[in-house]
Design a protein around this ligand. Structure first.
Ligand SMILES: [Zn+2]
Length: 212
């Protein structure tokens, strides 16, 4: 795992005080990084009882899951652990503009900073897809939850790097065709989708990120 992280210092210099949350390490996990059987994401966030704030996205403390009874709204207080089980469509408003569906469980841990208002760390750990397991980027009608579009990526077969390529392609495809965003059941037109990384936002996607 040390080798995969590719820190700049020689390993002998850092092995004794290895800390994933130190500034020299955490940036290596700012997106997602696959290592061993898992994928890790470590992100600087301001985590407090009032919620979780991302400097670029605003409030990102609400987790939505889609279950048999419809959308379940969850929040995550500091020092709590949250798990999304495999197969459950889930999303975080203003953070990624699609429902993520994968074949592995995901664990989220919120570690607050030492002082109120100081940046802490949001940790995401999920299993690495293997074999026929996939990741998909899906959109449901906002009004009636009819599935409108589902873009599947063969991450188990093709590797986790396909995740980001697939995400960009899924969002582009969904946004470029209003028919994909129009509900065949009720006629509602969904807002556009957007990627996880704000740097990828077009002006339309940036506007959509503020909406949902
Ligand atoms: Zn509908």
């Amino acid at each position: 795992m040390f080798a995969n992280i590719e820190i700049k210092e020689p390993i002998e210099k850092v092995a004794d005080d290895w800390d994933y949350l130190s500034d020299r390490v955490i940036s290596r996990f700012a997106a997602f990084r696959a290592s061993g059987h898992n994928i890790f994401g470590l992100r600087r966030r301001v985590i407090s009882k009032c919620g979780t704030q991302d400097p670029k996205k605003g409030s990102v403390g609400t987790h939505l899951s889609l279950g048999p009874q419809g959308i379940v709204v969850g929040t995550q207080p500091p020092l709590s652990v949250r798990i999304t089980t495999a197969g459950t469509p889930h999303r975080v408003p203003h953070s990624f503009g699609y429902w993520h569906i994968n074949d592995k469980d995901e664990l989220y841990l919120q570690i607050p900073g030492t002082e109120e208002g100081e940046p802490g760390c949001a940790v995401v750990i999920m299993g690495l897809a293997k074999g026929k397991e996939t990741d998909s980027f899906a959109w449901y009608c906002e009004e009636c939850l009819t599935l409108l579009y589902d873009f599947v990526v063969e991450t188990g077969r093709d590797g986790f790097n396909e995740f980001w390529r697939g995400e960009r392609e899924a969002v582009r495809s969904y946004n470029s065709d209003v028919h994909k965003r129009t509900c065949p059941e009720c006629g509602h037109v969904n807002p556009m989708g957007y990627c996880w990384n704000t740097a990828k936002d077009s002006p339309d996607e940036s506007a959509a990120r503020k909406i949902w």
